[in-house]
Write a protein of this length. Structure first.
Lengths: 442, 265
């Protein structure tokens, strides 16, 4: 028995198999490394944004009882609203100063070396304006003492968020240690409080020297208006175009050309759409600058290819047997598409649309070119007129604030990013929920 | 060429439902059907047999103009149903397909309820004036599809939730709901197990009393079991057409002989 053919045992692993197994293990390791790096980057990004931005949702307020002195606000005692209106914001500042003086006079609140003029600087310049608005709305309150909740100035606010310290205050010409001491005393007396900053979400943007009053109200409204325009233009146009191209159009060189162009449009840099919008919608069509209608139109152009590509893909994914079934019982082409194909494609279309919208929501470059970077103090009115009023947009507001000098604006920019992220997250969640709800087996 | 008066004689009207004359089908450059002439009788089951790619399904799809949906497909020649050319310019394929129903190879119920599956055709053709009439049509069609007893308690359940055989019978019920005169079946049992196949075959035999049935099948046994007439296609040609018993017992053409004995195909 010499020529028994040697059989290999499967109990021992041969070289080839070993090499294969090693290669597979190596590949898995690469995958884990890649995922880990991606997760680390995400965690780093989130930590940086949230640590920088969360303080923007808190705001320090100082509560003061202010005597609305008729001698200052209504000199001749006529209670005539026109005359009261003539008193400018500067006319109200002394009243706040006086109210602070009263507080400083109290022995438990007194701070040595703090002048009432400097104490008045601890309250935001917005405070006097707020008071004036209150008086104009309630002229009969003149002569009464009213309790106001004033915004603390950016530096005092920063003191309670750790941005400003006693040491930095000594070197800072905008804030002094005495002011901070006074602020601490006010806090102990229960007059200074830090609470949730609704104003950040509702106020309009504010000028360079009052970051505490700056809010996202106009930007959120502007972004919402633009999304409404994009949704109502891009969805019907995009879906109609896709249905025509996918189901009805003949397949020839012309439709091929259209298809190639749509794919190319999806890859065009967004700033190019901005130039297009500037040239066509503003210079040629004469639409107003900085208006959500122009922004919405430009973003519609940008979103259309995304929606068309997503819609065509989901129409293609509907099995042809469904079309055959509908045509087979005598449905017309249109009935087959609208009764059977479109409902099955709906989840895909919705997902594509929402992803397109989310992309449009975060788009900055084209909006800069059509003037949405402007400083807008006024809220746009209700639609449809509001579509033509100047407004800001969330990403542009972020860009705007990061360019300002005061560190309080950097904090607000991070806060605005959080708001933007929350909106994006919300939209993606809606996309997932809609897809789940409409998804059907076939 | 053949014109209507010639076909309008009494003999043809009573027996011939569909007549095809010189039908040619091209898919782009491929010549799929070559000069087919055939007369299909009313209220009989006609089977098309032949090896894969011989054009039997293509020819079947010509009868209700389903090939119109394929861009590169070109049909010439005449197909007449009751003496009317279905490729006439004035014919709307949608109207034609209500008259010539179709059941496909793979069961393809709509992803809707069983009721809506059957009710869809009558709805779009306006066959029911009100809900109770529609209910009647649905019940009648499901009975004709021999599936009523199995689904009558769950008409709201999705049609896609049924078993393969039930789905195919649902599709047959859906096809007969529009009261067609001709029923085309493209390998209706190829996705079904033997038990479901037997049920569908039994059903086909019953349908014969009301419809002209044309069935494409790969199974020669099935053709022998359900059909009265058989047509054998080979490489785009209609090789032989005649009574089923004659085709299977005494084929005239050598190719037919070879196919049914298993030497080609």
């Amino acid at each position: 028995m010499t020529d028994v053919t040697p059989t290999t045992s499967i109990l021992t692993v041969d070289d080839r198999t070993r090499r294969r197994n090693v290669a597979e293990k190596r590949f898995r390791t690469y995958g884990v490394i890649a995922i880990t790096l991606a997760m680390l980057a995400l965690v780093g990004l989130m930590t940086s944004i949230f640590s920088g931005g969360l303080p923007a949702f808190k705001q320090t307020f100082i509560t003061l009882d202010v005597y609305l002195d008729p001698a200052k606000l209504d000199k001749d005692g006529s209670s005539d609203l026109e005359k009261i209106r003539k008193v400018s914001t500067f006319g109200y500042a002394p009243l706040i100063k006086k109210a602070l003086e009263e507080q400083l006079a109290k022995p438990e609140l007194a701070v040595e070396g703090l002048k009432s003029k400097d104490a008045a600087k601890m309250i935001s310049k917005e405070g006097a304006a707020e008071m004036r608005r209150f008086v104009l709305a309630n002229p009969d309150m003149i002569g009464e003492t009213v309790s106001f909740k004033f915004l603390a100035s950016g530096r005092i606010d920063g003191y309670y968020k750790g941005r400003v310290t006693m040491q930095s205050a000594e070197r800072d010409k905008n804030v002094s240690p005495q002011q901070l001491q006074f602020a601490d005393k006010l806090k102990d007396a229960g007059l200074l409080k830090t609470s949730f900053n609704w104003g950040f979400l509702t106020r309009a943007d504010a000028s360079e020297n009052r970051p505490e009053a700056a809010g996202l109200g106009v930007a959120i409204l502007g972004s919402v208006y633009m999304m409404v325009i994009v949704l109502f233009l891009a969805l019907p146009i995009g879906v109609a175009a896709s249905i025509y191209l996918e189901e009805f159009a003949p397949k020839n060189w012309f439709t091929d050309l259209v298809e190639v162009n749509i794919s190319n449009l999806a890859a065009v840099p967004s700033i190019v759409f901005g130039i297009l919008g500037l040239a066509i919608f503003i210079n040629f069509a004469g639409l107003p600058q900085s208006a959500p209608i122009v922004g919405g139109l430009v973003l519609t152009l940008m979103t259309l290819p995304t929606i068309i590509i997503a819609t065509r893909a989901s129409l293609k994914a509907v099995p042809p047997s469904i079309r055959d079934a509908a045509l087979g019982v005598g449905a017309s082409k249109m009935q087959a598409v609208f009764h059977h194909v479109l409902p099955l494609a709906a989840p895909g279309i919705l997902t594509g649309t929402i992803i397109g919208l989310a992309q449009a929501l975060g788009e900055t470059a084209p909006l800069l070119l059509i003037g949405m970077v402007a400083f807008v103090r006024e809220y746009p009115s209700a639609p449809p007129e509001g579509f033509f009023d100047p407004a800001a947009a969330l990403p542009v507001q972020v860009y705007n604030w990061t360019q300002r000098a005061d560190p309080a604006f950097v904090e607000r920019a991070s806060g605005a990013i959080i708001v933007l992220l929350v909106f994006l997250l919300l939209m993606n969640t809606i996309a997932i929920i809609l897809r789940r709800r409409f998804e059907r087996r076939w | 060429m053949y014109d209507a008066p010639q076909l309008g004689n009494a003999m043809d009207q009573t027996t011939t439902k569909i007549s095809a004359r010189n039908v040619q089908v091209h898919y782009g450059d491929t010549h799929a059907i070559k000069d087919v002439n055939v007369d299909i009788d009313a209220k009989t089951v006609t089977a098309f047999i032949g090896p894969s790619g011989c054009g039997k399904s293509t020819f079947l799809r010509c009868i209700n103009r389903m090939n119109d949906t394929i861009d590169i497909c070109r049909v010439t020649g005449d197909i007449l149903i009751d003496g009317e050319d279905i490729y006439d310019k004035r014919v709307d394929p949608v109207q034609l397909r209500a008259k010539v129903g179709m059941v496909f190879q793979k069961p393809n119920p709509f992803p809707k309820s069983i009721y809506d599956n059957v009710a869809y055709g009558p709805r779009i053709h306006g066959l029911a004036k009100n809900k109770s009439e529609l209910d009647e049509i649905v019940e009648k069609s499901l009975r004709r599809g021999a599936i009523w007893d199995e689904v009558k308690d769950r008409l709201d359940a999705p049609g896609t939730g049924l078993s393969g055989g039930q789905q195919q019978r649902l599709c047959i019920a859906r096809a007969v709901a529009t009261e067609p005169e001709v029923l085309l079946m493209d390998e209706p049992c190829s996705a079904l197990d033997p038990i479901a196949t037997a049920q569908v075959e039994e059903l086909i035999d019953e349908l014969r009393s009301q419809f002209s049935v044309v069935i494409v099948t790969h199974s020669m046994q099935q053709a022998a079991r359900v059909s009265q007439k058989t047509a054998f296609f080979h490489l785009g040609n209609l090789v032989e057409f005649g009574d089923t018993t004659q085709i299977f017992t005494n084929p005239q053409d050598e190719r037919t002989q070879n196919y049914i004995t298993g030497r080609i195909g």
